[in-house]
Design a protein around this ligand. Structure first.
Ligand code: 4HQ
Length: 246
């Protein structure tokens, strides 16, 4: 999986990729991230990447030409990418399905903005799509780009050691995760549910599935799509709904 990131803060991206599961994916060569400093694609003495907005108003707007030149460099060095993603709150919401789609593309460019906005012609001429990581405002596209790289890289074979854990992840199944416990069996008067100590694997599986469905029903009912649940899951969901929480 190849990523190219265009940013005025290359070290933010580099620092965010230095550790953890994605960092190891990069070390292994399964994920290949190149970071491009937008200022390297300016031609003026002050390496200007922004300017005042036409029409007036507060703040600065990122200029189009450095982004166009950055993309020309990416194409020359790395080939034509399958997608050029602009990170912005105006984008389509990034979710697990979007992560899966991007992971199948093989080569994705991520454009990070700062300031009040980006010249609209970056959207028209450079980006092929626009994605948002959620309905809130962050200071720049760098942290959203790291979120996208992380979620997409986890789906690339060889990045997460245990592929089973990727398949069990929250959202891999479209519902929330079940509760997890480790030792001690009792802490501050809170006991680990007996079924988890019982060694009855089939019972453990059913308990976890029911807990996951209960939590999803309580916290994220919008995620429940009865059309994709198995007969057993529909049964456990009905039980959980009957019991109406703990
Ligand atoms: N941004 N999802 C970059 C975001 C954002 C988001 C705000 C993008 C600031 C300059 N990006 N601009 N949410 O909040 O992707």
């Amino acid at each position: 999986m190849k990523f190219d990131v265009v940013t005025i803060f290359p070290r933010m991206i580099e620092a965010g990729l230095a550790e953890g599961v994605v960092g190891r994916g990069i070390e292994k060569g399964v994920v290949d991230v190149r970071v491009h400093d937008l200022r390297a694609f300016t031609v003026d003495r002050h390496r200007t990447v922004d300017d005042v907005p036409y029409g007036g108003g507060p703040g600065m707007v990122m200029k189009v030409e450095p982004f166009v030149r950055a993309l020309e460099a990416v194409r020359a060095e790395r080939g034509t990418p399958a997608a050029v993603v602009l990170l912005s709150p105006q984008g389509r919401r990034f979710d697990q399905a979007e992560a899966g789609r991007l992971s199948a593309l093989g080569h994705v460019v991520l454009l990070c903005g700062r300031y009040e906005g980006i010249d609209e012609r970056v959207r028209d001429l450079v980006a092929t799509e626009e994605l948002s990581i959620g309905d809130f405002v962050v200071s720049g596209g760098e942290t959203p780009a790291l979120v996208v790289i992380d979620a997409v890289s986890r789906l690339v074979p060889g990045v997460v050691g245990d592929q089973e854990s990727v398949e069990q992840d929250s959202f891999a199944q479209g519902i929330l995760d079940h509760p997890h416990y480790t030792r001690p069996a009792e802490y501050a008067g809170r006991r680990v549910p007996d079924v988890l100590l019982s060694g009855h694997h089939a019972e453990v599986r059913r308990w976890r599935m029911k807990q996951a469905l209960r939590r999803t029903l309580e916290r994220r009912p919008d995620l429940i799509d009865e059309g994709v649940l198995s007969g057993e899951q529909l049964d456990l969901l009905a039980q959980a709904a009957d019991e109406e929480s703990d």
